[in-house]
Write a new protein. Structure first.
Length: 333
């Protein structure tokens, strides 16, 4: 009996050894196939990169890795600085095929308006639209389309019929706010842009369209810019204009309604007519200046950063980035 158990034990041991040997042989074969497949995949990947970059050695082997720096912490209490203009005369412009864009969004009734909320004080008139700021007692922006056909018509003489705007539910600024203040009742959207119609001209004299401007600014560099914009409308047949004061903090005030006296004003102009779509923006300090208009040109992105407004939100992202992030001075001047 002991001999029989020993024999069985011997057979079992032999069987286990044989099985173990087979497993080792099979495992070695799989490792070889895996290594071969890995080498093939590496070769294919390398070949793809070489073909894509049109060179034998992909560029990431040529260049040193650039460390990614953590963004600087921004103090939320810090004042937004005055925008810095490009000092170089070379313009940053995207090379886009404007003919490829379907400009259907420009047909929207509110295309010229900066982004807005339903509960904000939007006043829409036949010739322009504005968003009123009760805190500052003036419009944050006035938007309209300026047509060459309108500017070619005979003009009406202005009557200076300044008056309160009854469509402002909280009450607009009044004539008494400006009396004796030393500031002009400066038009945000200029009266001369609407002088082709007696009614349109009168509509531009609502106090909601006024802002306290230094007389030397209102009658000087700001007037010069307004005249230039009308010239551009004549040259380009139709342009979109958005203009207003920069209202991003507390300011000195005038009058019983405490009308804020802005330090800066902006103007954004957009030409959406093909084949060359273009835009330009300005920021000017509320003071006299003899500098050329081109020296006040900034990107629309700079104006958005300073004002907190989002201009022309209906434009597709790619086109918006090209228009709002570029200086297009040579396309205008």
């Amino acid at each position: 009996m002991a001999k029989r158990k020993a024999a069985v034990s011997s057979r079992g041991t032999a069987k286990k050894k044989t099985t173990s040997g087979r497993k080792g042989k099979k495992g070695g074969f799989n490792l070889w196939k895996f290594s071969l497949a890995l080498i093939i995949l590496i070769c294919i990947g390398y070949a793809y990169l070489a073909i894509k970059e049109e060179k034998l050695i992909p560029s990431f082997f040529d260049e040193e890795a650039t460390p990614v720096l953590a963004p600087e912490k921004v103090d939320p209490q810090q004042e937004i600085p005055e925008p810095i203009k490009e000092t170089s005369t070379q313009e940053k412009e995207e090379k886009l095929d404007f003919d490829s864009y379907d400009l259907y969004f420009a047909k929207a009734f509110d295309f010229a308006w900066p982004a807005y909320e339903a509960d904000q004080a939007i006043v829409e008139r036949p010739y322009y639209t504005l968003r009123y700021s009760e805190e500052h007692e003036q419009a944050m922006w006035v938007a309209y389309i300026l047509y060459a056909d309108s500017l070619r018509q005979d003009t009406f003489e202005r009557k200076d019929d300044f008056r309160e705007d009854t469509r402002i539910k909280t009450g607009s600024a009044s004539l008494s706010d400006y009396k004796g203040s030393g500031y002009d009742r400066g038009h945000i959207a200029p009266a001369a842009d609407f002088s082709y119609s007696e009614f349109a001209l009168s509509q531009s004299f609502f106090m909601s369209n006024m802002s306290p401007q230094d007389p030397s600014f209102n009658r000087g560099i700001w007037k010069k810019l307004e005249e230039q914009v009308r010239s551009w409308a004549m040259e380009n047949e139709q342009i979109y204009v958005v203009t207003g004061p920069v209202l991003n903090k507390q300011y000195k005030t005038i009058g019983p309604n405490k009308v804020s006296v802005p330090e800066y004003y902006y103007k954004v102009v957009l030409d959406m007519r093909k084949p060359e779509i273009k835009a330009i923006a300005f920021i000017m300090r509320n003071e006299a200046s003899s500098a050329p208009l081109s020296s006040f040109v900034v990107t629309i992105d700079s104006v958005e950063q300073l004002t907190g407004l989002d201009f022309f939100p209906g434009i597709s992202d790619e086109l918006e980035d090209a228009l709002e992030g570029s200086l297009m001075i040579l396309k205008w001047f």
